[in-house]
Each structure stands twice: as C-alpha cells, then as structure tokens.
Design a protein. Structure first.
Length: 90
C-alpha cells in the first residue's frame, strides 16, 4: 500500500521544485514554499511518485513524524529540524 502525500499546486503542476517537506502529525507534505491563492487546496498523490520523479527527495524517506526539512534551492542540502509538535513535552 502506498502512502499518500499532500503537495501544493505549484509542485503538482511542476512549476516549482519541492523546497519544504513536513511530517507534522505523520502526514507527508511536499511544498514549494511560495505563496498560494487564498482557499487553494493541496493535491494528494502517492509518495512513491514524488520520490521516483525527484531523486533529490530520496534523502528524506526516513524523515520522522513531526519533523520537517527545508532547502533554499534544488541543489542545496536539506536542513532537518523538529516541528513545534515534535518538540512538545509528552
């Protein structure tokens, strides 16, 4: 069974690269980091399509739940950090 991933319209339409990945609450989100129209809804795709279509995303396959990763350009390294939810005390 393939996992679902939420992506923004810019990534879905291949107008922008993925520059931000988040797993807040365990849900995968692949975003471009740009502004979007108010009320715009994310698209849902199979996560393997993203990894197969963009090998620069492969280092994030092991990104834990409640972590995020960001890069300044497709050639830049990924910077990982916990999200606010991931750093909350239990």
């Amino acid at each position: 069974m393939e996992l679902a991933a939420f992506i923004c319209s810019h990534v879905f339409e291949r107008r922008s690269p993925v520059l931000y990945v988040c797993r807040e609450g365990g849900d995968w989100q692949f975003l471009c980091g740009a502004e979007h129209a108010e009320g715009e809804l994310p698209r849902v795709v199979g996560i393997n399509h993203l990894f197969e279509g963009d090998p620069s995303l492969l280092p994030l396959r092991d990104l834990p739940s409640d972590w995020e990763a960001e890069r300044s350009s497709p050639a830049a390294p990924w910077i990982r950090r916990t999200t606010a939810a991931g750093s909350a005390p239990e």
